[in-house]
Structure formats: structure tokens, C-alpha cells
Design a protein around this ligand. Structure first.
Ligand code: PEP
Length: 253
């Protein structure tokens, strides 16, 4: 059953305009009214870059934490049109950044670029939600664990502060498709990730592992039995306050 600190991370992707803060207000007032705050969990929402400055001020000292959806693989300032460095994110007061999302990987990010991003994000004291996951071809060829191992070892290093790294297992075939892994395969993969990361990077504690891919208010109950999971990365369903609140409510019901 659900125990320990859980994370509910919303990834808005290319969604949101300034007035969309009302969605977050509604989620936040649910905490304030004590409706869904009996359990030990954190809510992190990643709006697009255009809203980070405004939302980081609006939700300062609120239960909701704000995350960036990505960062550039060069730091500080420089001739990189259209890009945002980890330093610029930190200076907004933002504490989290998603790195390695499969949609960013699909638009050209490789492990070397992701490695730089992780390094620079940590240098700027940001917490990282590091996404990994196999595509449908890898899954059919039963290569899931090999792919995950490679994505982890190409990017992470032993001397990193793993307290600042949350791993999000997001099978690419599950994102936005309505398909989710079976409970058995998720139990197996989550246990593998915990054990592998602890051993490989010589951690004294188990790493935090989230699941992401088509999580919604109807299927969230099916994840309750996976005790190794530390939470969820939620895309589509995070754009509606009702859906997002219902996910949390149904998880703890
Ligand atoms: C995501 O974008 O990380 C994600 C999990 O999306 P969705 O929930 O829409 O599948």
C-alpha cells in the first residue's frame, strides 16, 4: 500500500498561458482546505518556460513546487538562441528540472547532451527528474532492462548527489497512448532500477523511482500495489485540476 513520501509530478508540455495559474490555484486550495493533505506527498508542476517566472513567484511558499521541463546543455549566458540555461532556471527560484524526457530525446537529445544537462543542473543545485524508458521495439525484443541500464550509466556518475536525482521510468510506448505496463512488469522493473542504481552508483540509500505514462484517475488505483514506486509523472491528466486532484485522491482512497 501507499507508504512513504510520494511525488505527483505534472508535466504540462506545450500547454498553458498566464491565466492557467488558476488550475494550480485549485490544486493548491485542495491542500489548504485539508481535503487531500492527510498523506505524505509532494506536488510538482512543470509548466512551459514562458510561465516559469510568474508561477515561481505566485507559488512561492505554497505546497505546489514548480519545475522546468528541460534546460540547455550549456550554462550561464551565451550565443544559444531560444535556449535557457540551468543557471537561468535557478535564478528564478526554481528548484526542479525534468531532463531526458522521451519527447526531448525524440527531437535530438542524445545521452551525451543529457549527461551535460544533468551535470550542469546539479552544479546549479537543481533537483532533477531524470526520465528513462524503452521504446516499443526495445520492449518487443525484451531489451527493456538493457536500455534502462545504458540510459543510466551513460549519464549518471558515482560522485553525484543522488538525493537530488529522481528517476522517472517512462516507457515511450506508454506516453500519451492510454497503455500502461502490467503491474507485474512494473514491480519487476522498479525493483531492478532500485537495486541496480544503488549498486552501480554505490549509494547508501535506495533511489527514488517514479512511473510515468498514461496515468489517469481511473488507472491510478492499479499502481497502489507497487510499493517500490515513489510517485508518478503525469502528462495529459495534469492539465485539469479535477483530474490531477482525483488522481491523488484515488491513489490514497
Ligand atoms: C509525460 O509527458 O511525461 C507523460 C507521462 O505523459 P502522459 O501522462 O500524457 O502519458
Amino acid at each position: 500500500m501507499a507508504s512513504g513520501l510520494k511525488y505527483f509530478v505534472g508535466n504540462w508540455k506545450m500547454f498553458g498561458i498566464p491565466t492557467s495559474f488558476k488550475i494550480l490555484n485549485r490544486i493548491n486550495s485542495n491542500f489548504v482546505k485539508n481535503k487531500i493533505n492527510k498523506e505524505n506527498y509532494k506536488v510538482i508542476i512543470a509548466p512551459p518556460f514562458t510561465l516559469l517566472h510568474d508561477y515561481s513567484k505566485r507559488f512561492k511558499n505554497k505546497k505546489i513546487l514548480i519545475s522546468a521541463q528541460n534546460c540547455f546543455h550549456k550554462d550561464n549566458f551565451g550565443p544559444h538562441t531560444g535556449n535557457i540555461s540551468p543557471y537561468m532556471i535557478k535564478k528564478l527560484g526554481i528548484k526542479f528540472v525534468i531532463i531526458g524526457h522521451s519527447e526531448s530525446r525524440a527531437s535530438g537529445e542524445n545521452d551525451n547532451i543529457i549527461k551535460e544537462k544533468v551535470y550542469l543542473a546539479l552544479k546549479n543545485n537543481l533537483n532533477i527528474i531524470f526520465c528513462i524508458g524503452e521504446n516499443i521495439k526495445d520492449k518487443r525484443r525484451k531489451k527493456t532492462l538493457i536500455v534502462l541500464r545504458k540510459q543510466l550509466t551513460k549519464v549518471l556518475k558515482r560522485n553525484y548527489n543522488f538525493k537530488k536525482i529522481i528517476i522517472a521510468y517512462e516507457p515511450v510506448w506508454s506516453i500519451g497512448s492510454g497503455k500502461i505496463p502490467t503491474a507485474n512488469s512494473l514491480i519487476h522493473i522498479t525493483a531492478f532500477l532500485k537495486k541496480f542504481v544503488k549498486k552501480q552508483f554505490k549509494l547508501s540509500h535506495l533511489p527514488k523511482i517514479l512511473y510515468g505514462g498514461s496515468v489517469d484517475k481511473k488507472n491510478i488505483a492499479s499502481f497502489k500495489s507497487i510499493s517500490d514506486l515513489d510517485g508518478f509523472l503525469i502528462g495529459g491528466a495534469s492539465k485539469s485540476s479535477k483530474n490531477f486532484i482525483d488522481i491523488i485522491k484515488n491513489f490514497y482512497k
